[in-house]
Design a protein around this ligand. Structure first.
Ligand SMILES: [Zn+2]
Length: 294
């Protein structure tokens, strides 16, 4: 499943081919994604220009600058104090779901099975959406992105200054929930999925079963740094696969990473050599080292 680093790598990979470009054609081969592709999306997009791509949690945001934007207002209230110009709609919101991927194809590259949506740019670059399981979706946002119901309750981005050990520590007080599902709660911090929660807890030496509220301030300092480290290093590794986003063949690289614990149940700990153990926390498999993580 694409997690935050894959979504961020996707953003960086596709942005140079889209930003400032006009959309010439929209091809929807299958509207039945997790949310149906909005009717009329084709007409709304053709002739529009794509603004600066951003990401919030695992959502990709493609601002759409309609050619009529400057001349026509739709009567929506704008200009409130919190209004972020960059986040002002309309925008295309794209979520990759369980198995979705976006890459750049060229005119003449034949679509493959499960290539459901193409946005064809003025210069012939094609943003092509591939999703075998169709749990991903794209949605059309009219208003301010930040006030969309999907975003209002989200915690801070883990790689932004808004995420720090003090905040994490304060959020955890009186929480009996095990620390691993606590980290995976989007209201606490966004984008720390199963893989990266397990890896960060290993780096910080914290047992994933421990109650979030019972962990010391000092250990949250280490944990915060570990979360940043695992996500940043995954994004850096992803950067080396960026060329995969423009190849005419194959899938974009959801890069194979060197993981310490995730998926390594029963194998030896890379640090101490003891056998890694599997537990289920919040209905998710969690592998950890009972010796290194206390
Ligand atoms: Zn160990």
């Amino acid at each position: 499943m694409p997690e935050l680093p894959e979504v961020e790598t996707t953003r960086r990979g596709i942005a140079p081919y889209l930003e400032g470009r006009e959309i010439h054609e929209v091809i929807v081969r299958n509207r039945r994604l997790r949310l149906p592709v909005p009717e009329g999306l084709e007409n709304a997009l053709i002739g529009s220009r794509i603004g600066t791509l951003s990401r919030r949690a695992k959502y990709l945001i493609l601002p759409i600058e309609s050619p009529t934007d400057s001349a026509v207002t739709d009567g929506a209230p704008v200009g409130d104090a919190l209004h972020d110009e960059e986040a002002a709609g309309p925008a295309l919101l794209w979520h990759l779901g369980m198995s979705g991927s976006l890459r750049i194809a060229r005119l003449g590259d034949p679509p493959k099975k499960h290539d459901h949506v193409d946005l064809v740019m003025e210069d012939g670059a094609i943003l092509r959406y591939h999703d075998p399981r169709r749990f991903g979706f794209l949605d059309w946002l009219q208003g301010d992105v930040a006030s969309d119901r999907r975003f209002v309750r989200l915690g801070p981005e883990p790689l932004s200054p808004a995420f720090d050990d003090e905040r994490l520590f304060q959020c955890s007080r009186k929480r009996r929930l095990a620390v691993k599902p606590f980290l995976m709660d989007n209201a606490v911090v966004v984008g720390v999925g199963n893989i990266y929660a397990a890896e960060a807890l290993f780096l910080a030496g914290i047992d994933p079963r421990r109650a979030a509220g019972q962990i010391s301030r000092e250990r949250y300092v280490r944990l915060t740094a570990a979360i940043r480290e695992v996500l940043s290093s995954a994004i850096t590794q992803g950067g080396t696969t960026l060329r995969d986003f423009v190849s005419g063949t194959g899938e974009p690289g959801y890069f194979a990473q060197r993981l310490n614990v995730y998926g390594r149940d029963g194998e030896p700990c890379r640090r101490c050599g003891r056998e890694l153990r599997l537990v289920t926390l919040g209905q998710r498999a969690s592998v950890f080292c009972p010796n290194c993580q206390t």
